[in-house]
Design a protein around this ligand. Structure first.
Ligand SMILES: Nc1nc2c(ncn2[C@@H]2O[C@H](COP(=O)(O)OP(=O)(O)OP(=O)(O)O)[C@@H](O)[C@H]2O)c(=O)[nH]1
Length: 183
């Protein structure tokens, strides 16, 4: 069943609880299942390892270096969040969406997103981008810009670092420069 969900997905979040070692141990299996499901797919999803419950840092049982090693060995995005306080949740989705779109977030934007708490609008917004991409309705960074503008009304500048031919073919409004503004 899992393969049906993840086949062709553009983004996958592997979420575990930093206070629960077992939830981290299970990740090897989940990661393997995601890779296997996409074996025959032309494109591989952007995968992020997400350590949840950072508000409970004092109860952490999964060591930081374990998390980082997993990310380095598998070449995946690393992120820590708190679903309870909203800490870095927006940033998490934003980073994965940016990676999928080939947009490089600068340091100031990352810091700004880190500070912003969870808002239902921004949460849905990021999923919207990923889901639309899965169904190939996304029109690239320009569409992402208007989606972010409608929901968040916050200016984010981003460099386009890796805009693939396949994405360009799906793009209605192809960006004319190597710089775009996400609002
Ligand atoms: N402190 C804290 N609690 C959280 C966080 N995320 C989820 N929880 C709590 O963890 C409990 C379980 O949340 P669920 O969403 O049901 O997750 P689950 O994977 O089914 O359960 P767990 O294995 O307990 O994490 C609930 O009481 C949540 O409120 C977080 O970031 N910080």
């Amino acid at each position: 069943m899992l393969d049906k969900y993840v086949y062709g997905a553009h983004g996958v979040l592997l979420v575990y609880d930093i206070t629960n070692s077992q939830s981290f141990e299970n990740l090897e299996d989940w990661y393997g299942a995601v890779k296997k499901a996409n074996e025959e797919s032309d494109t591989q999803p952007v995968i992020a390892l997400v350590g949840n419950k950072i508000d409970l840092e004092h109860m952490r049982t999964v060591k930081l270096d374990k998390h980082q090693r997993f990310c380095q060995e598998n070449g995946i995005v690393s992120q820590f969040v708190s679903a309870k306080t909203g800490d870095s949740v927006f940033l998490c989705f934003q980073r994965v969406a940016a990676e999928i779109l080939g947009i490089k977030l600068n340091k100031a934007e990352i810091e700004q997103s880190q500070l912003s708490g969870l808002e239902s609008g921004s949460f849905e917004l990021s999923w919207w981008i990923i889901l639309k991409m899965k169904h190939q309705l996304i029109t690239g960074p320009i569409r992402a810009r208007s989606a972010l503008f409608n929901n968040k009304r916050r200016v984010v500048k981003a460099d386009i670092v890796n805009y693939s031919q396949e994405s360009v073919a799906r793009t209605v409004n192809t960006p004319r420069s190597s710089m775009c503004v996400i609002q």
